[in-house]
Write a protein that binds this ligand. Structure first.
Ligand SMILES: NC(=O)c1ccc[n+]([C@@H]2O[C@H](COP(=O)([O-])OP(=O)(O)OC[C@H]3O[C@@H](n4cnc5c(N)ncnc54)[C@H](OP(=O)(O)O)[C@@H]3O)[C@@H](O)[C@H]2O)c1
Length: 297
């Protein structure tokens, strides 16, 4: 099976590339906006800016993949408030370009979405819960879901949240940011009113692999198995990595004055993925232990 990965230099894109290489016989074509691939695994790499409709059509038409795994996105939630046009181009228009390109050979599209499509008033959320985004990022991701829903193309939407993991030159994620501070004994302020799952990118990649292998369509939540506050996650990190818990102070989200509002009482229910895919996501403690090994600590 030929898989075309977009955004392959991002956190998820790199994890998908390495886990699919290790765990499957898929032929991988990787792509990203950068000139060179971050991966040293030797897959064919194409430079592809998904906002360029003609290029998307040309490359997908050339490779005729069975599945397109779209790991590309504009993921800086606060910047999405001020750079709305760019956010929409990458998070929505690019998905429409993929939909058009996929029609050449009826390729399936796997796309990622987020708990930010919800308002965070009454989480955790199932696949059928009613979206109500409160940020521009959330609106753009919901619009991308709707583009697929109405496209007539075969698709799977995988919703996830608070993704973390390792990779070459990736943007700092929540877990790595905390580690960088705490290992240098720097105090950090962590919100205790944002509740949800945390997700190690390996789990998301494994879940995606199952979805492709089992040919599952529709919407799936794939995230860590426990629901906790960011502060409690920081406490677990201190336990696993041996950092001083006194370095971590509790704060409220409102005190951060971030441009994009956050869904507070959030979380994703992963029962459907667990029962239909036989997928067992790690809990936050297991995921942190794996991260520690991956970092070589
Ligand atoms: N991170 C989270 O906590 C989280 C939570 C829920 C859902 N998700 C979703 O999960 C997916 C993967 O997220 P991630 O954390 O792996 O994101 P990421 O690390 O920010 O990676 C996204 C990748 O997309 C690339 N990209 C941006 N614009 C592009 C364009 N025009 N054409 C091609 N590639 C482009 C980025 O390149 P540059 O870096 O060079 O711009 C980057 O390599 C996204 O759909 C995201 O919305 C993430």
């Amino acid at each position: 099976m030929r898989i075309f990965v977009t955004g392959s230099n991002g956190l998820l894109g790199q994890t998908i590339t390495s886990i699919f290489t290790r765990e499957s016989d898929f032929e991988l074509i990787t792509s990203g906006v950068e000139v060179e691939s971050s991966s040293e695994l030797g897959h064919t790499y194409e430079r592809l800016d998904l906002t360029n409709k003609d290029e998307v059509k040309k490359l997908i038409g050339f490779y005729e993949p069975d599945v397109i795994v779209n790991c590309a996105a504009f993921t800086d939630v606060d910047k999405c408030e001020s750079e709305r046009e760019l956010c929409w181009k990458i998070n929505v228009d690019a998905v429409k370009h993929l939909i058009i390109a996929s029609r050449v050979n009826n390729a399936r599209i796997i796309h990622y979405s987020t708990d930010y499509i919800f308002d965070g008033k009454n989480g955790p959320y199932g696949e059928d819960s009613k979206p109500n985004p409160i940020s521009f990022y959330g609106r753009s991701k919901l619009a991308s879901e709707n583009a697929l829903l109405t496209s007539g193309t075969e698709y799977t939407i995988i919703r996830t949240m608070v993704l973390f993991g390792i990779g070459n030159n990736i943007k700092p994620n929540f877990a790595l940011w905390m580690i960088n501070k705490l290992k240098n004994n720097e105090p950090i302020n962590i919100v205790d009113d944002q509740i949800g799952n945390v997700t190690i990118s390996d789990d998301l990649a494994f879940g995606t692999l199952k979805i492709i292998e089992l040919n599952k369509k529709g919407i799936y939540n794939i995230a860590g198995s426990d629901i906790l506050s960011r502060f409690d996650f920081a406490m677990k990190m201190c336990e696993v990595f041996g950092y001083d818990k006194k370095l971590v102070s509790k704060i409220k989200t409102s005190s951060l004055n971030q441009p994009a509002p956050r869904p507070l009482d959030s979380g994703l229910i992963t029962l459907k993925a667990q029962s239909e895919l036989g997928f067992k996501p790690m809990d936050s403690l297991e995921a942190l232990r794996l991260l520690k090994i991956q970092l070589g600590y």
